[in-house]
Write a protein that binds this ligand. Structure first.
Ligand code: 48H
Length: 260
């Protein structure tokens, strides 16, 4: 067969456009493709909800690739291991209650399950704002990361969604925009972002789950972002809390969607 470049180009443009057009209105828009965002997305799509995930970078996986200090192994506790088992990621027992996994296997396997669950993943797109309807969020505002990086004055496009999950990690980018622009009282003790505290793995892993919840009408936080917004600790390279938080937020939003 004689290969034709025009057909190759057409195939990419058409397929991508189909995917994007089909995502202009979704049940859940997830911002950030780290471990918490990926698990939340896989669980929601697995439950039948139309789920889209937007990731600024070329690669999906956030901070999990690098393990701890670029040593590409992650640690999980018993509850985290159960999720890795479910996602077919191999773990090795290190000592009682501590397990390790190869971070490259963990990211690539979870990412593959997420795509196969039906999540539409858009990499190289940054979320720069939300859609606001009165006092609730109604979607997200997106632009190419390349536009953001080059500081070009190019207007964005929008995605409507019933719920948004901020899984942007330490930066808590979506919530920061809401706090700054919308003069919002967040559902935190002070009504503002409380800010992340120093490293305390044990306490941080517990509070990640407690802090996984709604923080502005129709916007939830999960993963490291939950602790940054609610003023809790960082945990270092233990990833069970991230995976569990992804599951929890999916179940909270799944219940809301089922009730609407
Ligand atoms: C699109 C965006 C935007 C945006 C950011 O940091 P992550 O891996 O997030 P989590 O919470 O799933 O996992 C946190 C974990 O990796 C970690 O950092 C831990 C455990 N730290 C502990 C410690 O002590 O340091 O991923 C967030 C993703 C990244 O890929 C960003 O590129 C992406 O979100 N992102 N994508 N639009 N505005 N902002």
């Amino acid at each position: 067969m004689h290969l034709n470049e025009k057909t190759i180009t057409e195939a990419i443009i058409k397929r991508y456009t189909e995917k994007l057009l089909d995502s202009l209105k979704c049940d859940v828009a997830i911002v950030g493709g780290g471990p918490s965002g990926l698990v939340a997305a896989a669980e929601l799509a697995g439950a039948g909800w139309k789920t889209c995930l937007f990731e600024r970078k070329l690669s999906i996986g956030g901070g999990m690739w690098g393990g701890g200090m670029m040593m590409n192994e992650i640690v999980v506790q018993e509850e985290g291991k159960e999720i890795l088992d479910e996602y077919d990621v191999q773990t090795r027992s290190f000592s009682k209650g501590y397990y390790t996994a190869d971070s490259v296997e963990a990211v690539s396997t979870i990412c593959s399950k997420t795509v196969k669950a039906g999540v539409r993943i858009f990499n190289l797109i940054s979320v720069e704002d939300i859609l606001l309807r009165d006092k609730e969020a109604a979607g997200i505002v997106i632009n190419w990361t390349a536009v953001e990086m080059a500081s070009l004055h190019v207007d964005p496009l929008t995605i409507e969604s019933k719920f948004i999950i901020d899984t942007t990690g330490h930066a808590a980018e979506v919530i920061r925009v809401i706090e700054k622009k919308d003069d919002a009282r967040l559902m935190t003790p002070s009504g503002k972002i409380e800010g992340e505290r120093s490293l305390w793995a044990d306490r941080a892993e517990q509070t990640t789950l407690e802090n996984t919840r709604e923080v502005f009408p129709r916007v939830y936080v999960a993963g490291m972002c939950a602790n940054a917004v609610f003023g809790s600790y960082r945990m270092g390279p233990i990833f069970g809390g991230m995976l569990l938080s992804g599951k929890k937020v999916a179940s909270l939003i799944g219940e809301r969607l089922a009730g609407e």
